[in-house]
Ligand binder design. Structure first.
Ligand code: GDD
Ligand code: MN
Length: 371
């Protein structure tokens, strides 16, 4: 791989994207190693370093390497974040395959041909460097880090079939991501791509090595971001289910508000019980409307504030009628009525009303504009 590969007219096979933050010591080791391995495997490639204006001047170091090696450097002055850095690198690429790997030597450079070739040969659309399959490993990890890593993987089980969804080492056919919209929060760009694009993929065993220089930037804040990101991805994959669960949760919150208000107004103000109920119902309904609009429904905020409220109110009233209908029917026309199971009957009524309200809210209130 020679320097002029970057500008040569024939297409590059691969862009290796290295996101960096304070990796000035590591990058001069990584780049020659990568070039050497690719050269040997006769893969035409380049390195794209995406640095977030590191205080240790990683960007300058990378720029110097560009004199000798096929390296492009992006320095982002106003943005910070691993996943978006990687996306910036991918956008810069014009190669057939894009790779993301850590710049600190944790992901084995020698594995690159095994990661890239299956995609160049059109056998798979993506490959993932994996610690948790036969042949993979982690170097000297303390128990606690293993547990955290396994837990982080476990909670992605509903999203992906990857055995190691947090390894961070991936190669992907660029055409699969070219015109896609991604919305990663935080670090997990691999998960983001795998869930939203759903490419065919091969897992390649790797041994994850500890970094030699510098320190990890994986902070507590990033771990919280990880959970927020997962919520978004679950929402993407199972939109209606997630909306329904949130809707039910909001319903419970509303119930607590409703009962609390009745209790307060009755015991401390001495209002008439029916009036207490009307006020409790109205406050709970308003609360539920706003929570559903802002949180439960993915397109909730597109609803017109006032018209949406009226529609929600109407749906809830119809839901109440449906509930009364169910309760009446069960009581009059089934054996449940004879057995005086009024709580069971009412509970079924509430369930039916919840489903009715959910469907009504989704279809008539928070439908969002067609996409
Ligand atoms: N541009 C940019 N901006 N790069 C960043 C940023 C950022 O804000 N934060 C981290 N990086 C770069 C680092 O310089 C490094 O090249 C890579 O992203 C990974 O960061 P580390 O700080 O080395 O993270 P880690 O070793 O704790 O975590 C790695 O291993 C985990 C598996 O245990 C990452 O690969 C994780 O994705 C992975 O889950
Ligand atoms: Mn690392």
């Amino acid at each position: 791989m020679t320097k002029n590969n970057i500008n040569s007219s024939d297409k590059l096979d691969v862009s290796i994207v290295l996101p960096t933050y304070n990796e000035a010591q590591n990058i001069p080791l990584m780049v020659p190693k990568i070039c050497n391995v690719l050269n040997k495997a006769k893969i035409k490639g380049e390195v794209i370093v995406v640095d977030d204006n590191s205080p240790d001047k990683t960007g300058d170091v990378a720029q110097k390497l560009a004199a000798k090696y096929p390296v492009q450097v992006i320095v982002r002055k106003n943005e910070r974040g691993l996943a978006t850095a990687v996306l910036a690198g991918f956008r810069k690429s014009k190669a057939t395959v894009c790779v993301v790997m850590d710049a600190d030597g944790s992901h084995p450079v020698d594995t690159l041909p095994d990661m890239i070739t299956p995609i160049l040969e059109n056998q798979y659309e993506a490959t993932i460097g994996t610690r948790y399959i036969e042949g993979g490993a982690t170097d000297n990890w303390p128990l606690i880090r293993r547990i955290i890593s396994k837990t982080a993987g476990f909670i992605t089980l509903g999203l992906t079939k990857m055995k190691d969804s947090t390894s961070g080492f991936m190669a992907i056919k660029r055409s699969k991501i070219e015109n896609q919209k991604f919305q990663p929060i935080g670090w997990k760009i691999v998960l983001e791509i795998m869930v939203r694009v759903n490419p065919s993929f091969l897992e390649v065993p790797i041994t994850f090595q500890d970094r030699q220089h510098g320190e990890s930037k994986l902070s507590f804040k990033e771990q919280i971001n990880y959970l927020r990101h997962l919520e978004k991805l679950y929402e993407f994959k199972y939109q209606t289910v997630v909306e329904f669960l949130r809707f039910c949760f909001v319903g419970l919150v509303g119930l607590v508000i409703d009962l609390s208000i009745i209790y307060l107004l009755k015991s401390f103000v001495g209002l008439n019980l029916l009036l207490c109920n009307i006020i409790g119902f109205s406050v709970a309904l308003t609360n539920n409307y706003f929570m559903n609009r802002h949180w439960s429904f993915v397109h909730g905020k597109q609803a017109h504030l006032v018209r949406g409220f009226l529609a929600f109110f109407l749906v809830c009233i119809l839901g109440l009628l449906a509930r009364l209908g169910v309760v009446y029917t069960l009581q009059e026309h089934t054996f449940l009525g004879a057995k005086d199971s009024f709580l069971i009957i009412s509970f079924i009524g509430i369930l039916v009303a919840s489903v009715f309200n959910f469907v009504g809210s989704k279809i008539a209130v928070f439908k969002g504009s067609a996409v």
